[in-house]
Ligand binder design. Structure first.
Ligand code: GDP
Ligand code: MG
Length: 424
């Protein structure tokens, strides 16, 4: 049984908390794309954790975690993350963490290139997390990536690094006028952090196929949401990887299998980190109130997130891209103080009403058309059954369910593991 947990919106929907909750019934949890630009927050009886690279299943000792070939891994960051979690009492050994030999390593020179390019772009910047993600995916497709498996072959690694670094330094010095990276320093970096991770490196295709044949339940954890997908998202303000559920088996390392269930995580309102078109963006006091209520500051970067009302046009598209079979609607409790709740039900583009999510310049010039729902104006964070919800909150959930055309199975009303309602 293969299940994907994926984002319907622009990311930060609460995927980490839903993976932490739903992995109770899983044997294996795999990350399949992205790197440490992710910030997945999990709050449970063990404390509060922000996971950047490790799958959120790591907090369940009986679950095995896989970091798939579709990921880009900053090995220095990963060593730090493992250390932090161990200090908090989390068990991490080669038994419960497997890293794909085909995953790409994100080295310091790509982190530098990310920052240098954002500086060069100045007011045209993308709002990158500056974690090296775009440059290292660029390397991957230019076939200049260095893979986790290369750490197991020091002579080969040395040769690869020499060739790649020579090429990379041409950009660093020639394009940006910055100092080149020394081969010795970089080799030492690979040696130092690689040594700590060698025992975790496996062929995840073999591992996952054996597990699948043995009837193990496998979950895929996405980073970001459909609207940040490299192909289907708000290009060029996307991430650099495929975040879509259909890619999950490929990025995890089990390309021969199809997912059985896609669970979309969708927020009860909209947030967006970084630049790019965000049709429902609110400004001023209204935005600040929602940002404060939702604690909308990036988990990976601390940056204030842009906020807005629920966007039916974008979310319906997200549901479609993710092939969602069911949804979790998160952070409903955050809307509890609102007098009236704005929902964007259509866009207006050049005087025409549009219901299909547009792309490119059409999206840039789209204007939101709103409908307003009456707020319920009471605390719902202790609700645990559909009947506990005030009528107006239930009406809001039902409206959204019908508007995006996919059943909402879970509604979360707080950040804790147990703060949720199973709708059916
Ligand atoms: P992810 O990147 O999709 O895993 O989401 P993030 O962790 O970046 O952002 C979600 C934030 O909302 C985190 O701070 C969570 O602790 C918090 N959160 C998740 N679900 C709920 C909820 O139902 N209610 C409230 N109040 N907070 C939630
Ligand atoms: Mg996040």
């Amino acid at each position: 049984m293969l299940t994907a947990i994926v984002g319907i919106n622009w990311g930060d929907e609460g995927k980490g908390r839903m993976v932490d909750l739903l992995s109770e019934e899983q044997d294996i949890v795999c990350r399949y794309q992205g790197g440490n630009n992710a910030g997945h927050t999990v709050i449970n009886h063990m404390g509060k954790f922000i996971l950047n690279l490790l799958p959120s299943g790591i907090l369940r000792p009986e679950v095995t975690c896989v970091m798939g070939n579709g990921m880009v891994i900053d090995i220095e960051h990963l060593c730090g993350e493992i250390e932090r979690l161990r200090a908090a009492g989390v068990k991490i050994t080669p038994d419960n963490l497997k890293i794909s030999d085909k995953a790409i390593i994100c080295p310091p020179y790509d982190v530098a290139c990310d920052r240098l390019e954002e500086q060069r772009l100045a007011d045209k910047k993308f709002g990158s997390t500056n974690r090296g993600i775009a440059p290292v995916y660029g390397d991957k497709y230019m076939k200049k990536g260095i893979r986790m498996g290369d750490l197991l072959h020091p002579e080969y690694l040395k040769e690869r690094l020499q060739t790649v670094l020579e090429w990379k330094n041409l950009t660093i010095t020639g394009v940006y006028g910055a100092k080149p990276y020394s081969f010795e320093d970089m080799l030492a970096w690979f040696d130092q952090y690689g040594a700590q991770l060698k025992d975790y490196i496996v062929d995840t295709t073999v591992y996952l196929n054996q597990a699948n044949k043995a009837g193990k339940r496998i979950m895929f954890e996405a980073q970001l949401g459909a609207l940040r997908d490299i192909d289907f998202g708000i290009y060029p303000f996307t991430s650099s990887s495929s975040v879509i559920a259909a890619y999950a088996p490929i990025g995890a390392g089990i390309p021969n299998c199809k997912i059985d269930c896609s669970i979309g995580i969708m927020k009860a309102y909209s947030t967006c980190v970084g630049e790019g078109p965000f049709t429902v963006e609110m400004f001023g006091d209204e935005a600040e109130a929602l940002r404060q209520a939702g604690g909308e500051y990036g988990a990976a970067t601390g940056r204030p997130r842009r906020v807005g009302g629920f966007d039916v046009v974008a979310s319906k598209y997200g549901v479609l891209c993710q092939g969602a079979d069911e949804l979790a609607l998160t952070k409903l409790d955050i809307l509890s103080d609102l007098e009236r709740i704005p929902v964007c039900t259509a866009y207006e583009i050049n005087g025409k009403r549009v219901h299909d999510f547009p792309t490119g310049e059409a999206l840039n010039i789209a204007k939101p058309i709103y409908e307003y729902f009456e707020g319920w104006k009471c605390n719902i964070s202790s609700c645990r059954k559909p009947d506990d919800l005030p009528e107006k909150a239930l009406a809001y959930v039902k409206y959204i369910e019908q508007a995006v055309g996919c059943p909402i199975r879970y509604v979360s009303v707080g950040a804790d593991r147990e703060a949720y309602i199973k709708m059916y």
